[in-house]
Design a protein around this ligand. Structure first.
Ligand code: MLC
Ligand code: AMP
Length: 497
C-alpha cells in the first residue's frame, strides 16, 4: 500500500532511533517511538468511526500527540483539519458545520461547545494541555502498527481554513502532492538535514508551523525543539544548541529588543527564516549587524504553500522575497495579462504546490484559480529581470498582525450588527511588535455605543487576536467620489496612534 505523504514523512522513520522532538519539560521522543504513537492514534481514529476521506477537526493544544494526530489522519486516509485554539464558539460553529467532520478532537473544556454544535453528527475525543483525555485513553492500549490506507498524490490530506475578503472563511483543500512537493523543494533549498535542530515556536494550526516547519523537519529527519508557546527567554536559552529557526517577523523584532541576542549567542545557528508577513528592511539590517546572520525571507500562502524564497547561497536581500521556489511558476499580471518586467501587478502562482480549490465553494474557486492552473494571490508584486520578486502591496483588504491574517470585512460585519452602529471601517496601522495592529472607525447614532460596550459585545464572536485594539468614533467615514471608504486616508490619519 502506498500513501504519498505518510510514506514520505512518517513511514521511513519506523526504525529511526534518532531524537525527533524535545518539549519544554525536556521530554524527548525518538522518531521510531513517534511512528508507533501515530499508529496507536490511527487505531483510535478508526475505532471512532473515521474512514478514508473523512474530515478530522483538531482544535487542540500544541503537543506531541497533536502532531502525531496529523500523521494518524494521513495514515487512515482521512483529511486533517487543524483549527486555531483561540476561536470562539460562533467561529467554531461555522467551521464545523461547513466541513462536516466525522470526528472532532478538542480540549476537554470545549467538549460541551462542540457537542452543542455537531450534536450526533460527529464524534468527540478530548486532548487536554497535560496530554490526558479520551484520545490518549483510547490510543494507549492500541497496537503500535497500523495497516496504512492507500492514498495517492491527488487525494486530499488537509483542509485549512483561511479568512476571506467576503467575510466568510474558506477551506483550502490541500492534496498529498501539494504538501509533499513543497516540503521537498524547501528541504532542498534550505539544505535541511538530520544534523539540524529546529526551534519550533509557531502555532501548529497554520501552514507555517505545521507544513513549512514540521513537514521539512520530518522529511529531513531533523530534531525539533518543540516550544508550547513563543517566549524570548526560552528562545535565548535554546539558540546555542540549535541550528534553525522559522518565525514571523515579530519573533525577530522581539529578539532584537533583547540585549542577550549577540553574535556569540547565535554562532551555532545555520539559518534564520522569516515569513507570513513583511519583514521590515530595518529589522533585516539590525539582525545582520547584531548577529552576523542575514535572515532568509520567504513568501507563501495557505492556498499555495511557499511560493518564493531568498536564496540559501547568494544574496538575501532585505525587502524582497526572492525567487520562485523550484517547481513553482510565478507570473505578474494586470487584468490577467503578464506585465513587462519591472512593472507592478498581481502575483499569480502555478505548480504542484497550488491547492485543489475551496471546500464547497466552486464559484470562489473558479474566481481565484484560473483554468490555466494559475492561482491569483491578491498580493501585488514586481519582478526584476533576474527573476527576483518583491511584494509591494495587497489588492485584498487584509491586515497581518503578528503573522495572523485579519480580514476587515469579517470584523466590520460583526461591528455593523451592533445596535447603534451605523457603519464601520476596520484598517491596519503600523505596530512595532505585530507589524500591523487593528483599528476600527465607528459611526454611531447612539451615545451609549462606546468602545467598552462594543468590545464586550464582540467578545463571544471573534477570536481575541482579531479584536480592534482601538476604536475611533467619527461623524462620517472618508469616501471617494465612487462612495468607497478611503482606508488609506484612515490609515494616514491614525498611523501614529
Ligand atoms: C497574540 N495576540 C495577538 C496576536 N498574538 N494580537 C494580535 N495579533 C497577534 N498575532 C493577543 C492575544 O489575543 C492576547 O490578547 C495578547 O495578544 C497576548 O497573547 P499571547 O498569546 O501571550 O501572545 P504572544 O505569545 O505574544 O503571541 C505573539 C505571537 C503569535 C507573534 C508569538 O501571534 C504567533 O505565534 N504568531 C504566528 C502566527 C502564525 O503562525 N502565522 C502563520 C500563518 S500561515 P488579549 O487581548 O487577550 O490580552 C501564513 C502563510 C505563510 O501566513 O506564508 O506562512
Ligand atoms: P495566509 O492566508 O494566512 O496563508 O497568509 C498569506 C498572506 O501572507 C500572503 O498572501 C501575503 O499577503 C502574506 N505574506 C506571507 N509571507 C509574506 C512575506 N514574506 N512578505 C509579505 N507578505 C507575506
Amino acid at each position: 500500500m502506498t500513501n504519498t505523504l505518510y510514506d514520505a514523512l512518517f513511514a521511513g522513520h519506523a526504525q529511526n532511533n534518532a531524537v525527533f522532538l524535545t518539549d519544554d519539560d525536556g521530554n524527548q521522543i525518538r522518531y521510531a517511538d513517534f511512528v508507533w504513537r501515530v499508529a496507536q492514534l490511527a487505531h483510535a481514529l478508526t475505532d471512532a468511526g473515521v474512514t478514508p476521506g473523512d474530515r478530522i477537526v483538531v482544535q487542540a493544544p500544541k503537543l506531541t500527540d497533536t502532531i502525531a494526530l496529523y500523521g494518524a489522519a494521513l495514515q487512515t486516509g482521512a483529511i486533517y483539519m487543524p483549527l486555531n485554539t483561540g476561536y470562539t464558539h460562533s467561529e467554531l460553529r461555522y467551521f464545523v458545520e461547513d466541513a462536516a467532520p466525522t470526528l472532532v478532537i478538542c480540549d476537554a473544556g470545549n467538549e460541551t461547545d462542540i457537542a452543542d454544535i455537531c450534536g450526533r453528527d460527529c464524534g468527540i475525543l478530548t486532548l487536554a494541555q497535560d496530554g490526558t483525555g479520551s484520545l490518549s485513553t483510547q490510543a494507549n492500549a492500541k497496537p503500535t502498527t497500523y495497516p496504512t490506507v492507500s492514498r495517492g498524490p491527488d487525494d486530499l490530506a488537509a483542509l485549512l481554513y483561511t479568512s476571506g475578503t467576503t467575510g466568510r472563511s474558506k477551506g483550502a483543500m490541500m492534496s498529498h502532492k501539494n504538501l509533499l512537493s513543497n516540503a521537498r523543494s524547501l528541504t532542498d533549498l534550505w539544505q535541511i538535514t538530520a544534523q539540524d535542530r529546529l526551534i519550533h515556536a509557531l502555532p501548529i494550526f497554520h501552514t507555517h508551523g505545521l507544513f513549512v516547519a514540521l513537514n521539512t523537519a520530518l522529511l529531513a529527519g531533523a530534531q525539533v525543539r518543540f516550544m508550547a508557546t513563543f517566549d524570548v527567554d526560552t528562545l535565548i536559552t535554546e539558540i546555542p544548541a540549535s541550528t534553525l529557526l522559522m518565525g514571523v517577523p515579530t519573533f525577530y523584532t522581539r529578539l532584537l529588543d533583547d540585549q542577550r541576542l549577540t553574535k556569540e549567542l547565535t554562532q551555532n545557528m545555520r539559518l534564520f527564516i522569516s515569513g507570513s508577513a513583511p519583514l521590515l528592511a530595518e529589522t533585516h539590517a539590525a539582525f545582520d549587524t547584531r548577529t552576523g546572520h542575514r535572515i532568509l525571507e520567504r513568501y507563501g500562502m495557505t492556498e499555495t504553500n511557499m511560493i518564493t524564497s531568498n536564496p540559501y547561497v547568494g544574496d538575501r536581500l532585505a525587502g524582497t522575497v526572492g525567487y520562485p521556489i523550484p517547481g513553482t511558476e510565478v507570473q505578474i499580471t494586470q487584468d490577467g495579462t503578464p506585465v513587462a518586467m519591472g512593472e507592478v501587478g498581481m502575483i499569480e502562482v502555478r505548480g504542484d504546490n497550488v491547492f485543489q480549490g475551496y471546500w464547497n465553494m466552486p464559484d470562489k474557486t473558479a474566481e481565484d484559480l484560473r483554468d490555466s492552473g494559475f492561482f491569483i494571490t491578491g498580493d501585488l508584486g514586481v519582478q526584476t529581470a533576474d527573476g527576483r520578486i518583491s511584494i509591494v502591496g495587497r489588492q485584498k483588504d487584509l491586515i497581518i498582525s503578528g503573522g495572523y491574517n485579519i480580514y476587515p470585512k469579517e470584523i466590520e460585519d460583526v461591528l455593523n450588527a451592533v445596535t447603534g452602529v451605523l457603519e464601520s471601517a476596520v484598517f491596519g496601522v503600523p505596530h512595532h511588535d505585530f507589524g500591523e495592529s487593528v483599528i476600527a472607525a465607528i459611526v454611531a447614532d447612539d451615545q451609549d455605543v462606546t468602545a467598552e460596550n462594543i468590545s464586550g459585545l464582540i467578545e463571544p464572536q471573534l477570536a481575541r487576536f482579531k479584536h480592534p485594539r482601538k476604536y475611533v468614533f467619527m461623524n462620517t467615514l472618508p469616501r471617494n467620489t465612487m462612495g468607497k471608504v478611503q482606508k488609506n486616508v484612515l490609515r494616514q490619519a491614525f498611523s501614529n496612534d
